[in-house]
Every structure is written in C-alpha cells, then in structure tokens.
Design a binder for this molecule. Structure first.
Ligand code: QVZ
Ligand code: ZN
Length: 345
C-alpha cells in the first residue's frame, strides 16, 4: 500500500518520505507547501489492480505503476536523447522566474496590454542539453516537443515500443476520443507549470526525475478563477499560488485537492478539466516526461445531474458566444456583471 510515512517541516522544505510496497523507502525533498491549499494523496495503484480501472472510469486521478506504458524509453536520458534525437530544431520555452504559464499566441491581440511571461526559441537538442547543464537561475528552460517523424531511428524504435496495448485499452474502455499527440517534455529541475486545466484526457508518463503534481477537481473552478476565455491565459488560474490576492480571489483559501509525486516509470491519469500544477522537483536532475492526450469521449445522451466538467464546458460555450456577439471584449465585464449582479449573485 502507498501512504505518506512522514511529513516534517524543516528549513522551508517539506521533507516527504513515502513507503510503498514496491519501492524502498526514498526521501524525495518536496518544495514548500502552499498556504491555503489543502491536499490529500493521489491514490497510487498497480496497473492490474481493478481499483485503478475503477478510478479511471470514474474520471478520478490515479498514479499507475507497472504499466510500462513507456517501458521502451526508460533508458532515455540527456546523453541518449542528444545522440539519437537527430539535429532537428526543438521548441524551448524560457522563463525568468521558473514559472511556465502557457499562453495562446492567437489570443494575444485580444488583450493589448498582455505581457508574455515566457518566450520560446527553436534550437537543437544538443544546444538545449548544454544550456540545461549550465543551470542559470535567471533563465529557466523547458523543452516541449511533439514526438513526430523528425526524430532519429532509435527514438522512433523506442516510440514504437511503447505499451500501445495499454494506451488503446484505456482509450476503448473509457470511451475516450482518438489519441491526438505525444509530447516530449524535458524540464530543468525547479520549473513550475502553474495551475491550469486541459480539455483532453491525459496519460502522463514519467521517464526521468520527479514531478510534484497538485490536482483539483473541476468543481474547484470557483476557487481558481480562470482568466476570461478570450484572454491568452485562457484555462489558466489567475491566482498566484505563491502570493494569492485574497481580495480579488476570496474563495481561494477554500481550495481542496490532491497531491502526489510522480517518479520514473509512473503514469498519472489526469482527467479532462481537472486542474493541475506541476513542479519538477529540485535535487533529482532534469525531468523527462511523455504525455498521451486523447480527445474527449463523444457525449451521447446528456445525463442529469450534469457533472462539474460538463458545467465548465457549458460556461465556456456561453462565454464564447457572448464574447463573439459583443465583438469588443471591453464590453464583456459590464455585460457579465449586468447579467448576474443583484439577480444571481
Ligand atoms: C509548460 C509547457 C512546457 C508548455 C509551454 C508552452 C505550451 C505548452 C506547454 C506545456 C504543455 C504541457 C506540459 C506538461 C504538463 C505540465 C508539466 O509537466 O510541467 C501538463 O500541463 C500536461 O501534461 O497537461 C508542459 C507544458
Ligand atoms: Zn496540462
């Protein structure tokens, strides 16, 4: 069984020890805990355990062990990737503060005052790897790249060797849509992907290094205050977990969620619409991950009561319609306030 053995606060770092049946006691230094954020452990189960299947079918997060989903890539490390990824160019994101808040470039024109928090350049993997080694605290880098046919033959062979049976069995059994992409992620230790949700089902496979995940049910929407839908940071939380503005975001302290450390060979199921914040833990080298994103299951008959994810989808559709109809996004705040103030608030 998998349970938190001890949580001790020491010099601002929470040393979390965990004992589980399949691995010796390992101490992985976690980072500081966020004030106001209450979490319990994400369940961690063997992939053959029926309970794991039950959780996935119920749209609940679970860390799955022993699936070997990316078993043919367990030997991937920086040197191997340098030697075998070929000399194609890769998209590398940079950030001044280690946070990589995604933004949609197509929506930047909607918000004239928008300042992109990250930049990205294309470079060879070899350049990226050498920058990773020269860890520079004012320039954090994060490579994210779809695994496609530009990679070298060894990588392609490893990719073909993934446990596709497992992936497609999950897709069929849970009636997910088609697999849309596999993203290769190589992150400098310490990088953070702030809280956001995605509109696809995700089997997140960890290859090297440790990532701490915070996950929040879609019903935590009211504590996380996503940006307006036309904003470049659509789907991202406006709340800075390190310094929450409780005047603007008074419900944030009510936030409840799950927390888990995902290590090599682990696979985390991130259900669609579930919020997640991801940190590449210090002290364990760069992180290498591979995501498997699946389109949503086609909604056959709508069943009532609606679940939280469906309500988020409805809110998104209505917000899009209003923004499109009003044409000028400057009219959104007044229109939305007029609609609810004193009537639904
Ligand atoms: C931050 C970054 C590199 C990025 C920059 C610009 C555009 C897209 C992305 C993007 C997409 C996915 C991830 C992986 C993961 C978070 C994590 O593992 O850090 C996650 O959120 C998920 O698997 O759903 C990370 C990124
Ligand atoms: Zn995500």
């Amino acid at each position: 069984c998998y349970q938190w053995k001890a949580k001790k606060q020491c010099n601002h770092r929470v040393l979390v020890g965990y004992m589980s049946s399949e691995r010796p006691l390992k101490f992985v230094t976690g980072t500081k805990k966020y004030k106001h954020v209450t979490t319990t452990a994400i369940p961690r189960l063997e992939y053959r355990d029926p309970k794991a299947e039950e959780l996935i079918q119920a749209g609940q997060p679970v860390i799955i062990t022993g699936s070997d989903l990316v078993g043919s890539a367990y030997h991937w490390d920086l040197d191997y990737l340098c030697a075998n990824l070929g000399n194609g160019l890769y998209t590398v994101y940079s950030s001044r503060n280690g946070k990589f808040k995604y933004y949609d470039e197509k929506k930047v024109s909607n918000v004239p005052s928008f300042q992109p928090p990250t930049s990205h350049t294309d470079m060879t993997f070899q350049d990226f790897a050498s920058k990773l080694k020269r860890k520079d605290n004012s320039n954090w880098i994060y490579l994210q790249q779809p695994l496609n046919d530009t990679v070298g033959p060894r990588i392609e062979m490893d990719f073909k060797g993934f446990n596709w049976d497992f992936a497609y069995r999950q897709m069929k059994r849970n009636r997910w849509g088609p697999l849309t992409s596999n993203l290769l992620l190589v992150g400098m230790e310490g990088v953070i992907t702030p809280a956001h949700y995605d509109e696809q089902e995700n089997l997140f496979a960890q290859i090297q290094g440790y990532k701490k995940f915070l996950l929040f049910h879609p019903d935590q929407f009211e504590c996380l205050y996503p940006y307006p839908i036309f904003h470049p940071h659509d789907r991202q939380s406006q709340v800075d977990f390190d310094d929450p503005d409780l005047k603007k975001f008074p419900q944030f302290p009510k936030l409840k969620g799950y927390e888990g450390i995902v290590g090599p060979k682990d696979v985390l199921y991130i259900p669609m619409y579930w919020w997640h914040q991801v940190e590449s833990l210090e002290g364990h080298g760069e992180t290498i991950s591979c995501t498997f994103w699946f389109k949503a299951a086609p909604t056959e008959k709508v069943v009532y009561p609606l679940n939280a994810g469906q309500k988020v989808a409805i809110m998104r559709n209505i917000e899009k319609m209003i923004a499109d109809t009003l044409k000028d996004n400057k009219n959104m705040p007044h229109f939305m306030k007029t609609m609810v103030q004193g009537r639904y608030s």
